[in-house]
Design a protein around this ligand. Structure first.
Ligand SMILES: NC(=O)c1ccc[n+]([C@@H]2O[C@H](COP(=O)([O-])OP(=O)(O)OC[C@H]3O[C@@H](n4cnc5c(N)ncnc54)[C@H](O)[C@@H]3O)[C@@H](O)[C@H]2O)c1
Ligand SMILES: O=c1ccn([C@@H]2O[C@H](COP(=O)(O)OP(=O)(O)O[C@H]3O[C@H](CO)[C@@H](O)[C@H](O)[C@H]3O)[C@@H](O)[C@H]2O)c(=O)[nH]1
Length: 433
């Protein structure tokens, strides 16, 4: 493995758990040193144990020396970052740099597998950079979710392998032989596009759900009932339809932008893609307008001098990852309007990131509410349901809780003297007799 982040470390440790001998290389010496001691710094259930077991079984090694790691390998996985670059395109600098770094040291006849999310044509580009007729380049995109990485890797819905040569595709497929998953064997372009198409479709579903939530609020309908009503149709499906503070994370935003950019460059008109991205931004602005209308001052709803308590900053529950978090996007919009923010997130209590330009971090959920005109729930951490809401109410100056994840129990908040406003639901939910 070259790159031991969410994807590389999970792939390396899990392939080792399936019996393969794995060497993981990473350019970050501190990370390598900690991983050698089985210290995993990301919040991923089961990953520390999988790493530790593989280290103890001597099937997993870590090194800073990429050349040494790949020299003996039959298969080399590139699990490198492909962040959003200039103009929204995927930045392939790490992938290209590593291709150049390893081309002269790769073992004869080995397979280079690209697991990073990359635009169509990258397999060919990597093959060209390697300039090795004896080495096959294969696309094998990864579909794991953060917070469920080990589970998703070991129980994939499908394994997609795109290769120009059938024998190379087989060699990669054989690595996964112990897993019970449908195999989609295809060409590299189709495999590369499959990954972007999957993330685009997921983002589209979420923008649809968030727009639908707005319609529900306007028409007095309930988003939970409507999405259950449509989701029971297997052609639609009920998953990935929970409204929220917009979608984010390390993948969906950058991948939708990257797909949009390559489509525009290639003259492919894909208005749904643009609308999916724009809807997300508009949805977040609408939620912030709602807070400004409730707590703002003056005709323009200024939030200058208004303190708000934010609950949850990570891009979803179950991860400590803040990359492109919708919670941070909402926080930024609130700051632009002048709000003073205090934030509590259960995943950020021990190792606190520097967010000083955005919000003061509180390691206690009750203290976070001190002087707050309103509370805003941004991440669906289940433990937020059971906070001492009466104690929180006692610290607040206002009464409102804006629950952008529809997480909390409105009755419980009412008993604490607080009013609840969710997304796509009446603020005092109608009771069915
Ligand atoms: N995070 C996810 O849930 C997920 C899921 C599926 C696919 N992907 C894709 O997989 C790729 C990797 O994502 P990630 O989240 O694992 O990234 P990450 O940022 O967590 O990890 C990348 C690792 O690569 C290392 N690295 C960077 N440049 C290097 C170099 N030149 N040589 C050696 N190591 C280097 C970094 O130190 C880091 O440890 C991206 O293309 C991403 O879009 C991510
Ligand atoms: O019903 C839902 C489901 C998700 N979200 C939000 O959508 C975003 C993305 O969530 P999720 O897809 O679980 O996050 P990731 O771990 O980034 O996983 C996505 O991105 C990965 C990287 O490409 C892919 O491998 C996964 O298949 C794909 O789900 C987050 O902000 C969630 O809060 C909602 O608002 N409502």
């Amino acid at each position: 493995m070259v790159g031991t982040g969410y994807v590389g470390l999970t792939t390396g440790a899990c392939l080792a758990s399936l019996g393969h001998a794995v060497v993981c290389a990473d350019a970050d010496p501190r990370k390598v040193e900690r991983l050698r001691a089985a210290r995993v710094d990301i919040l991923e259930p089961g990953l520390p144990e999988t790493v530790r077991d593989a280290l103890e079984a001597a099937r997993l090694e870590f090194t800073e020396d990429t050349a040494a790691a790949v020299a003996q390998a039959e298969v080399v996985f590139l699990c490198l970052p492909t962040p959003m670059g200039a103009g929204g395109a995927a930045d392939l600098a790490a992938v290209e740099a590593v291709a150049e770094q390893i081309r002269d040291v790769l073992a004869p006849g080995c397979v280079v597998v690209n697991k990073s999310t990359v635009p169509v044509g990258t397999s060919e580009r990597v093959a060209a950079l390697l300039g090795r007729a004896d080495v096959s380049v294969v696309s094998n995109p990864e579909f794991l979710r953060e917070g469920r990485a080990v589970h998703d890797f070991l129980h994939p819905d499908r394994i997609v392998i795109g290769a120009a040569r059938r024998d190379a595709a087989r060699r990669v497929a054989d690595l996964y032989a112990a897993l019970d998953a449908p195999l989609v064997l295809t060409d590299p372009a189709s495999a590369e596009l499959t990954k972007y198409a999957a993330n685009f479709f997921l983002a589209m579903k979420l923008s649809f759900a968030n727009n639908l939530a707005t319609a529900c609020e306007r028409f007095g309908a309930d988003i939970g009932d409507v999405t259950e009503g449509i989701g029971r149709d297997p052609r639609i499906g009920s998953s990935f339809l929970l409204p929220g503070p917009g979608w984010g994370g390390s993948c969906l935003p950058k991948d939708t932008h990257a797909l949009l950019t390559v489509c525009e460059q290639a003259g492919v008109d894909f208005p749904l893609l643009r609308a999916t991205i724009d809807t997300n931004v508009a949805h977040q602005r609408r939620l912030v307008e709602r807070i400004a209308a409730a707590c703002g001052r003056g005709p323009d709803g200024s939030l200058h001098g208004v303190r708000l308590a934010l609950y949850g900053l990570t891009f979803k529950a179950g991860t400590s990852d803040l990359r492109d978090s919708p919670a941070l996007a909402v926080a930024r919009l609130l700051r632009e309007r002048g709000a003073e923010l205090t934030a509590y997130d259960p995943a950020l209590c021990d190792e606190q990131p520097d967010l000083s330009d955005l919000a003061e971090l509180a390691d206690d959920p009750v203290r976070a509410a001190e002087g707050a005109a309103a509370c805003v729930v941004l991440t669906e951490w289940p433990q937020l349901r059971d906070l001492d809401w009466a104690a929180i109410a006692a610290r607040m100056t206002g009464r409102e809780v804006h629950d952008f994840r529809n997480l909390l129990d409105p009755d419980r908040l009412a008993r604490a003297g607080l009013s609840w406003q969710g997304v796509g639901r009446a603020s005092t939910p109608a009771r069915v007799a």
